[in-house]
Design a protein around this ligand. Sequence first.
Ligand code: NAD
Length: 498
Amino acid sequence: MREITHFIDGASVAGTSGRYGDVFNPNTGEVQARVALATAAEVGAAVGSAVRAQQTWALVNPQRRARVMFEFKRLIERDMDALAEILSSEHGKVIADSKGDIQRGVEVIEFACGIPHLLKGEYTEGAGPGIDVYSMRQPLGVAAGITPFNFPGMIPMWMFGIAIATGNSFILKPSEKDPTLPVKLAELMMEAGAPKGVLNVVHGDKVAVDAILDHPDIKAVSFVGSSDIAQYIYSRGTANGKRVQAMGGAKNHGIVLPDADLDQVVKDLSGAAFGSAGERCMALPVVVPVGKQTADALRERMLSEMQSLRVGVSTDAAAHYGPVVSQAHRQKISDYIQAGVDEGAELVVDGRGFSLQGYEKGFFIGPSLFDGVKKGMRTYNEEIFGPVLQIVRAETFEEAIDLPSSHQYGNGVAIYTRNGRAAREFAARVNVGMVGINVPIPVPVAYHTFGGWKRSAFGDTNQHGMEGVKFYTKVKTITARWPEGAVEDSAFVIPTMG
Ligand code: NAD
């Protein structure tokens, strides 16, 4: 069986723990490879390599570091088809979504190409008599990233793109469910000219994660995954004196006011609720129509839209979405659907019985639609992370603001309306980190920053954009005065007689 190895100090390194994780092909349900799960010693070896590499990498001038980023982007684009195929084969998302996943990561690399400009410090001339003050941003040293299965291209690049460009070295602990693409990215980073040890990949589970959280030479940890784990990472990492940003789960709402363009809403929901089988932290699994008329019209149109959704294997170019990542995850989604039924919500479309001919063992699940979902139900409170859309009816605008604002998660939210004042007020008041106005998945572009509120993020620095540059650097401020009579002045002393 194919074995997916660690990537340490510029080379593939077989695991020594004797522990492995299964990597499935979600289309067929078969195990296609096994991934080594690291010991603390293997994490230590990666950190040792990263410490050595960082000392010289930090001295490489920013423009040269940027050139590595330019080349890395070129190499990814060269290999895009092959990389997307690898991603799809382990994750299950369709090829177009895999390319999108990688492309969104490349956009952060493009941002990192501007690092010479982004790292420029500040300077105050004459802050006091003969005194100048200036500040500079210096790398932290070794940073680490722990990433989820659902964006194995984009999320690692959110992190290591900026960490490396700012002069750090990086240890990536990707999801053990789809670990091949992250290793390919590390290989391409070496091919692009980054010295060995600047980017290491260590596979693993809690053992590897705890080793990262406890290692004194790792100065910062960036995490993206589910909220309970995010909170754990944040607590343990900060208790060990590290800088930590930990993004968690989500339950994003789409508010639909009576004046919204319903055709647009239905088209957007079909992509945002069911695309990538709902396995996106910026998916839109809850729709909140305001008023009975809006709700009834939306439900009817959504029903007919759902009939045109095609579920297929990840290589099917006509498929809307593919299988979910694992059998356990499919079961979890089914359990949440049952919980909704048990709690009294109306299951309008039930995707649980879906099976794809010829791929009966694949992890497929059809799209589901609930109506009459209410605040307080477990199926509403918790993240399902599957192709399930829930209609939560609201009577008023106030109720529609309250639903996402009082929810435990606060990643993204969208509002559909033609009324600028209503949209403006909603955006200002809603207690959520990223807001879309007639935009279903408001993932900010790379030069802005990504981050939710409440249980969707722990720590106070967002991913990428200037927040990313700040996360991976520390500021040093210098206050300088040059006394008269210093050595440099001697050339200007006028000689006297005697
Ligand atoms: P997960 O929390 O199960 O795993 C994330 C990472 O944590 C993986 O690398 C995994 O190996 C590690 N991990 C798992 N259990 C651990 C434990 N007990 N101790 C230490 N480490 C552990 O998440 P997932 O299922 O891979 O990804 C889906 C989740 O990620 C969803 O909740 C989704 O909303 C969230 N997500 C959030 C964002 C965001 O930016 N807010 C983006 C993408 C995904």
